[in-house]
Write a protein that binds this ligand. Sequence first.
Ligand code: 13P
Length: 360
Amino acid sequence: MATFLKADKAKELADIAKRIASPGKGILAADESTGTIKKRFDNIKVENTEANRAAYRNLLFQTTDLGRYISGAILFEETLFQRNAQGTAMTELLHAEGIIPGIKVDKGLVTIGGTDDEKATQGLDGLAQRCSEYYNAGARFAKWRAVLSIDQANGKPSMLAINTAADALSKYAVICQENGLVPIVEPEILSDGSHGIEVCARVTEKVLATLFKSMSDHGVLLEGALLKPNMVTPGVDCPQKEDAATIAFFTVRTLRRTVPPALPGVVFLSGGQSEEEASVNLNAMNAMQPHPWILSFSYGRALQASCLKAWAGKTENESAAKKVLLARAEANSMAQLGKYLGGGSDLAASVSLFERKYVY
Ligand code: 13P
């Protein structure tokens, strides 16, 4: 089914998708829900208040030159309508750096009845109305996260869970496009488990093939959409570790088999990799150029972990924290270009950021 979008709307979407997925740039995922940011703040002993959340996001978005490496920032709904202590809108801070504001629009996960705790994502009811409000507030792209788990012994992910995820992602994508937002479709396969890399490759291939068939059936305009997948890696409990070249090989092979060249960009999630791993793995993929799509990043944990630690909720640490954020953003920008040489020995950046059964 072809898209029913008018030509000028389609062009606006395609232009935004291209601006987000442009060489040397990627996305800062700062859309942690109030519950998830609490976990981050607990680690650095900061109270999870509205004022502290505003102070932290203000720090991120006021990092001078961030826009050299970051093209878009995904926000939680509160942040899209939030102002800093001086009364400046967060969206204005982003605009000042040339960063496009985006919005997380899903409403989290529920168990699919009759399955062994497989998940569906909620949030389609009233989504068109919300998207039009988000557009008016300055958002130009959106994110919806579907979650799948690998557990071969128990038949996971089931075809039911894969189809459920693909169908909701496609419906969300069409609603976004009709309301002027570029949809990022995120079918995250968690890295929990002891499976090897070839199992992850097989499952990721099945999930992406199902997703793109479904998006075609629903008439999603591929030129005006972005994909946010997991990299193809072994499960975190797999004894066999793999190097960046192997992860890059399997990830790129999987994308080549399933993702149409009409899609302008693939922006990976970091999924619990350390900051350094996430940069090195992205670099290895871009060292294999040419690719028909821009391969870039949409990292949450892998852009913010060291920055949060450096900040620790203290005003006097703000400039040090901004420096760390800028360094990670620059590293990933270089990785997008296939020119990242590695940061080597920085201990904090090498710490695993994995959380079991991750909810966002
Ligand atoms: P991570 O990079 O921390 O996996 O998160 C990105 C994200 O936006 C998850 O939906």
